[in-house]
Design a protein. Structure first.
Length: 145
């Protein structure tokens, strides 16, 4: 018996075992392979915040509310609400500036922009194409009345 005959005999004996092992381990190997490829596939870019359309709508709504509060209500009642609305305007303006890549100062706390910074940022957002009301009511000097 020569080497070639021994090789054929070994192949004939091992074939059923190899086929059985392939049938048993193939699903697991397929799962590991697909998991690996899924984990290493390039991910599409994800937004860092809400859509720009929603930011613009929120800013318009908040600016209208600010104008309405400025023209109405007693001073004692409107002071806190005006401050809260201005803080919300500042937060949304910073988010919109981030989304449009407009340079701005990142406040230490959300909504803590000075009056001049907020007005400047709103003007830059308008120049960048965000549709905002033409007239923005007077903001409080330091965020409080």
């Amino acid at each position: 018996m020569n080497f070639w005959d021994v090789g054929k005999l070994a192949l004939i004996v091992a074939t059923p075992t190899l086929l059985g092992a392939a049938a048993v381990y193939a699903p697991r190997i397929w799962e590991l392979t697909s998991t690996y490829w899924e984990a290493h596939r390039p991910q599409p870019p994800r937004p860092i915040g809400p859509p720009i359309e929603q930011l613009a709508a929120d800013l318009r709504r908040l600016l209208r509310l600010h104008g309405a509060l400025t023209e109405s209500a007693a001073v004692a009642m409107r002071a806190h609400r005006l401050w809260a609305v201005e803080a919300a305007i500042a937060v949304r303006a910073v988010e919109a500036a981030r989304a449009l890549d407009i340079p701005h100062r990142e406040p230490e706390t959300p909504g803590a922009l000075r009056r001049d910074e907020l007005l400047s940022l709103l003007r830059r957002l308008s120049r960048a194409g965000l549709v905002l009301p033409a007239e923005v009511g007077p903001f409080t000097s330091d965020g409080r009345l």
